[in-house]
Design a protein. Structure first.
Length: 596
């Protein structure tokens, strides 16, 4: 068995990919952070890899599903000419794009591709939906043919959407190799990645045995890495035995027990590698011998990194990026494998990021009551041509996982709308105070009509924020009631007492007037709190208490206490205003949750 120590997230992604490629779990073994695979299994990696790509990223299945859905939506837009025409354009463009690729690589199907394109276009124009359905089926039957689907799917996997994110344009990933057949590209991958790896494994084994004769035989083989010719010259010049000369080789910077046989360049791992011409700026005294080097095994794992991750869209500096997400547990290969399989399965169900994380860790909780090791979320993406890389690390503390992401707490599922929830969870993961996000959501809610206001979600976001602040400070609640609960309850009772909860028996115009006044007060309180003007906030709050004939809760006095931090004041102010906002929507058991 070949031992692969997995000591960082890069090799861990590749190791998860290797385990996914295996037809069964019998092909590999794990112990702590060490993965073991057989020599014979490594020989079969080209076949397993290409089959995995076709089975999991099938262009035929993806395009058929997309065009079928677009065609079905046509029937719903028959009465809307503008939308029908727009939908028809989408179907035509999508089908034509795929069929043009078929014509490019398989010219013998050109006539059939043109016929399907024209028939589909004419049928949609005449609203002959039976013919549309038949044409879509013909489209699918054509592109799902084994040789066509293999070719189109492999080219997709090689693009910037997948493997090119890590391997750039190296070897079979180069766009110039797209014209090669499926089998020819597999042979090229084997020649560039697997042959050097197998040769290095044999060399290392003979080196450890001290077998000079077998080492010599390896250098006489016809299939060996390109760098062996330079090794032969250097060894001859040094006048040393192979055993003595090999001891002077640098170690792989990623995997212990492996030699660094090539520089850690951009073409081997785009996110962190660097081209040799730029390496002078970072090498000690301009000496390129000091640059980081990697083995053929590390090179293979880095190439496979995207297959061990899960791609999804996430907001980033005002735009939406497609990133690769990976959950890394440095203590266990098997647990990392399990985590990422659960995460990938959850994301494939078209759920949001926060829900996928919650589902992932809820499964882990079933197997492991108390997680002692922290996990890490790595998110990365590259744009090879633009020389752009985004790489972010986020530690997921066990307490954070237990409170925010566990299915039992259901904290994330009670925060909505979804866009607000995603921002709150992202802020929590970045260890940022979410108060600015909550203020913005409160302003949006206040701007809505009474019938559509619902502050329960804001209350849940505030509860989550307060709990995370306590976790960050290493504190625990000394009572069963949080400050958020207390202040939200005070605001809620004031709103109800002042008759703006929508349950009054007074005429509608009176209630509307009271609601508008309270909305105005809520705006004033919110602006004062955001500006940090505690005196104005407290003065307005006292006037409300007097108008309602209510006594001041001792907890409220903390708002003007100089010892109260800005973070605590924000908790008090936001919870109070959230409870105060007039709303005709009531949660089923809202009043039971309010403090008496």
């Amino acid at each position: 068995m070949i031992q692969i120590p997995v000591n960082d997230w890069m090799t861990s992604m590749g190791s998860v990919a290797l385990m996914r490629l295996a037809p069964t779990n019998q092909e590999w073994q794990t112990e702590a952070n060490r993965l073991s695979v057989s020599f014979n299994w490594i020989e079969k990696i080209p076949e397993f890899l290409f089959e995995y790509i076709v089975n999991h990223y099938s262009v035929a299945e993806r395009e058929n599903e997309a065009i079928k859905n677009l065609a079905i939506s046509l029937t719903r837009r028959v009465n809307d000419k503008a939308k029908y025409k727009e939908n028809m354009k989408w179907v035509n463009e999508r089908a034509k794009k795929s069929l043009d690729k078929v014509k490019k690589y398989f010219p013998e199907y050109s006539d059939e591709c043109d016929r399907i394109t024209n028939t589909l276009k004419e049928a949609m124009k005449n609203q002959e939906f039976d013919v549309v359905g038949h044409s879509v089926q013909e489209f699918y039957q054509l592109i799902k043919q084994k040789k066509i689907n293999q070719k189109l799917t492999l080219n997709f996997a090689k693009s910037s959407s997948l493997l090119a994110q890590s391997g750039g344009q190296a070897s079979f990933l180069n766009v110039a190799k797209n014209k090669l057949t499926y089998e020819e590209q597999m042979e090229l991958f084997c020649k560039d990645y697997i042959t050097p790896l197998l040769w290095e494994i044999r060399l290392r084994k003979n080196f450890e045995l001290g077998d000079e004769e077998k080492i010599e035989e390896l250098f006489k083989l016809g299939e060996k890495p390109n760098y062996t010719s330079s090794w032969l010259k250097e060894k001859k010049k040094a006048k040393l035995t192979w055993y003595e000369w090999l001891k002077g080789l640098p170690e792989c910077s990623l995997i212990e027990g492996q030699w660094g046989t090539m520089a850690f360049e951009e073409m081997y791992f785009v996110p962190l590698g660097m081209s040799m011409k730029n390496t002078y700026n970072y090498a000690w005294d301009g000496n390129l011998d000091t640059t980081q080097s990697i083995s053929s095994l590390a090179r293979l794992l880095l190439l496979l990194a995207p297959l061990g991750s899960q791609s999804y869209k996430r907001p980033f500096k005002g735009e939406e990026l497609t990133v690769f997400g990976f959950l890394y547990d440095q203590s266990s290969c098997e647990n990392t494998f399990f985590l990422n399989n659960q995460f990938s399965n959850a994301m494939r169900k078209d759920v949001k990021f926060s829900e996928a994380l919650r589902d992932t860790f809820s499964k882990v909780t079933e197997l492991e009551e108390q997680r002692k090791q922290s996990s890490m979320l790595i998110e990365w993406m590259t744009e090879y041509k633009m020389k752009k890389t985004v790489l972010e690390y986020r530690p997921l503390h066990p307490t954070f996982v237990q409170y925010v992401l566990s299915e039992q707490s259901k904290v994330t599922s009670r925060i909505y709308p979804i866009a607000f929830r995603e921002k709150i969870v992202r802020a929590a993961m970045d260890n940022l105070d979410s108060k600015h996000i909550i203020w913005k959501e409160m302003r949006r809610v206040i701007g809505e009509s009474d019938k559509h206001r619902h502050t329960g979600s804001i209350r849940n976001a505030l509860l989550m924020r307060e709990k995370l602040i306590l976790i960050k400070g290493g504190k625990t609640l000394t009572t069963n009631k949080t400050m958020t609960d207390q202040m939200y309850g005070i605001g809620y009772r004031l709103s109800k007492t002042l008759n703006v909860d929508g349950t009054s028996n007074e005429p509608n115009n009176y209630r509307a007037s009271a609601n508008k006044k309270m909305t105005s007060v809520a705006y004033r309180l919110m602006n004062a709190a955001k500006a940090g003007n505690r005196q104005l906030f407290m003065d307005t709050a006292l006037r409300l208490h007097v108008a309602a004939g209510m006594s001041i809760n001792p907890a409220f006095i903390r708002a003007i206490d100089p010892k109260t931090s800005d973070s605590e004041f924000a908790t008090i102010a936001m919870a109070f205003v959230a409870g105060l906002i007039p709303s005709e929507i009531k949660q089923q058991d809202q009043e039971k949750q309010i403090i008496n």
